[in-house]
Structure formats: structure tokens, C-alpha cells
Design a protein around this ligand. Structure first.
Ligand code: AMP
Ligand code: MG
Length: 345
């Protein structure tokens, strides 16, 4: 398949919308990461998204809308809390898991009775959805398992020849995927952390929000710190073993996260770098400023891809504090990228 390279002009957006309407796949920029979109109500088109990505078909997609009034097509009810979150955070990087209407295809929701929905804060994405005149189901536009694409060149590297078109826009402002909050239970529950934090959602709702237990267990101080009292690993979870079930966002290089006191982390990175280079390995380092959480979110996936393109064998990454909500979101990605390979210093 020849992939059309489009830009964000009105004409190109209309072309892309026509492709979506006729059941094709288009990658497009959002403020979080690039998405790989299909008509959310076209089961066959959505099936092709899984194929193009090599994504397991039980991993549901986020449905992107361009106006809140489109929610009525997707969900039968909106609680006051859901309305409050829409008012506070849409358009923006917050995905809500809602009860789904039967009309939403099972392929789109991975067979669940819920649907994940968000309104992206990106002109190109909103224009595309409006022109296509249908909700667009879109996971990240990368080959499944690899780092999410935050620049059009990353999308082209993964998707050229696999999809009908790519809309090349600006680099993504946020750089990590949206926060996913499940609004179907008693208490709002964060299933995936993002730059909209639990504290942000709590402040908007005036009530407690919790993190899904698996998220906490897979965090720096969950599984890996026995003194935290939360050391029980989820089923099948084997820290430090590569290729396991929880490995996502993985670069081609081996990767280790170095965690601890800042000075020790820097020293250890230098030491490991020196040792490995002496042994003939090419080493890349990812070390963000200590409190530059937003910048780290913005750069993290791009850094992984750049280091892979440079052909490094080993990536050494300094852990950020995960007591900050955005730091927690970045660490969620960093630990998964490294397959939970952690060195504590
Ligand atoms: P991606 O599109 O690659 O950013 O991934 C979408 C994320 O949203 C995945 O982690 C999904 O598991 C999650 N997700 C999508 N729909 C649902 C749903 N109905 N319930 C729970 N999680 C969902
Ligand atoms: Mg993804």
C-alpha cells in the first residue's frame, strides 16, 4: 500500500476525512501522541487498525470526538461527575471510560461493555473528526510494543506502507498518552496516568480519586520496594525479566532505569556508561532535570526513538520522582520501556 503523506491544510484534512469515511486508516497528530484512526463505527476498519499495529485485539481503543454532543452516540448516561470532568478538561488529555451503547462495535471496545472516550486538544485532530463526521477510534500510531510516536517522522518510520495516509503536523505538545480514568465504578479510578493527575481530577470533582492497583504495583515504590508493603506482584509479573507481559514502549536497545539519590544516580550512570563502553557497547543516556516533569513527558518517547536510530546498545535512564503526579506518569512509561530493569543506588 502506498501511504499518502498529507499536511494540516484544509484540503488535506478533507482528503484524510474521506479516507476515514470510506473505511481507511489515517494517522493524525493530537496533543498527546500521534493516533492511528479509523471510523469507530466501522468494525472492519477498526479491525485493520489492530492489524496495522500488530496490536492484540483485546486491547480496546480510545474513541475521539470533536464535540461533547457526540457522546450521545457512544454512551447511554452521563453522571454529574462526568459532566464536571468534561467542563474542566475537554478538549484535553483526559480519557474517560464510560458505559457503552450497544451500537458501538465490540471490535472498538475489545469486547468490553464500556467505551473509552476523549476530545483531543489539537486543531488538526478536531478538524479531521468534524470533517469525517464520525467518532474516530485511535490507538497510538506505532507498531505495538514500541515507543509511542510524538513526531510525524516517527509515525512514518512505523506506518509507511501499512496505512492509507499520515497527516504530518507539529510535534505533540504533551508527549505521553492521555490519562485514562474509569468513571463506571463507585470511585473514579485512574487506569493510566498522564499529565492530568489524580490531584487535578480530585480538585475538579471535590472527591477522592484512586489509582488502579496494578498501576501502583507496577510503580517504582510498588513492586520494587519491599518496604512499601505493596510488594506483591500481579499474576505473571516478573520484574527484571525481559519480554514479559508488561513490557511496552520498548526501545530496540536494552534499557536500565537507575533510581536513588540524584548524585548517586548521576555517578552510577557515568560508571555504567564507562564500563559498558570499555566493553565495546554504544551507550545512550536519558537524564532529565530533577523537577522537569512536563519536559520529561514531552521528550521521553522521542529520546527513545532517537537513541534507537543512533543504534545504541544500552540506554541508561535516570528515574524521576514519582511522588509528583506527572513524574508518576513518566515513570510508568520509563519502567515499562525498561521491562522493569531497575538498578537502585
Ligand atoms: P492507546 O490507544 O495505545 O493509547 O491505548 C488506549 C488505552 O486505553 C489502553 O491502555 C486501553 O487498555 C485503554 N482503554 C481503552 N478502552 C478502554 C475501556 N473500555 N476500558 C478500560 N481501558 C480502556
Ligand atoms: Mg499505545
Amino acid at each position: 500500500m502506498k501511504t499518502k503523506i498529507l499536511n494540516t491544510t484544509k484540503n488535506d484534512i478533507l482528503q484524510a476525512a474521506a479516507i476515514i469515511r470510506s473505511g481507511g486508516l489515517v494517522a493524525f497528530p493530537t496533543e498527546t501522541v500521534y493516533g492511528l484512526g479509523a471510523d469507530a463505527f466501522n468494525s472492519e476498519a477498526v479491525g485493520n487498525v489492530y492489524k496495522a499495529k500488530g496490536r492484540p485485539s483485546d486491547n480496546p481503543m480510545i474513541v475521539h470526538i470533536c464535540r461533547a454532543s457526540d457522546l450521545g452516540q457512544l454512551t447511554p448516561r452521563l453522571s454529574p461527575d462526568i459532566v464536571t470532568l468534561i467542563e474542566n478538561f475537554w478538549p484535553g488529555p483526559l480519557t474517560m471510560v464510560l458505559k457503552k451503547k450497544p451500537e458501538v462495535p465490540d471490535r472498538t471496545t475489545g469486547g468490553l461493555d464500556t467505551v473509552a472516550v476523549r476530545m483531543p486538544d489539537s486543531r488538526a485532530a478536531l478538524d479531521l473528526i468534524a470533517a469525517a463526521d464520525c467518532p474516530i477510534a485511535a490507538p497510538s500510531a506505532n507498531i505495538s510494543g514500541g515507543p509511542s510516536p510524538t513526531r510525524s517522522k516517527d509515525v512514518i518510520a512505523d506506518m509507511d506502507g501499512r496505512i492509507e495516509a499520515v497527516i504530518c503536523g507539529d510535534d505533540c505538545r504533551v508527549g505521553i498518552e492521555s490519562t485514562v480514568v474509569d468513571m463506571t465504578g463507585e470511585m473514579p479510578t485512574i487506569l493510566r496516568p498522564g499529565i492530568i493527575t489524580a490531584e487535578n481530577i480530585e480538585a475538579a470533582l471535590g472527591k477522592e480519586v484512586r489509582y488502579d492497583e496494578t498501576l501502583l504495583k507496577g510503580s517504582l515504590h510498588g513492586v520494587l520496594d519491599p518496604s512499601s508493603g505493596a510488594a506483591d506482584a500481579p499474576e505473571g509479573f516478573k520484574p527484571k525479566s525481559p519480554g514479559m507481559k508488561y513490557k511496552h514502549y520498548s526501545p530496540k536497545a536494552e534499557m536500565t532505569v537507575i533510581e536513588g539519590n540524584r548524585d548517586n544516580v548521576k555517578k552510577e550512570i557515568e560508571r555504567l556508561k564507562g564500563l559498558n563502553e570499555k566493553l565495546g557497547l554504544k551507550v545512550g543516556v536519558i537524564l532529565f532535570e530533577e523537577k522537569a516533569f512536563i519536559e520529561a513527558a514531552h521528550d521521553f518517547f522521542a529520546r527513545l526513538r532517537d537513541l534507537d536510530n543512533e543504534g545504541v546498545d544500552l540506554i541508561l535512564a535516570g528515574a524521576l520522582s514519582d511522588t509528583d503526579g506527572v513524574g508518576f506518569a513518566v515513570m510508568n512509561r520509563m519502567l515499562k520501556s525498561a521491562g522493569y530493569n531497575i538498578a537502585r543506588v
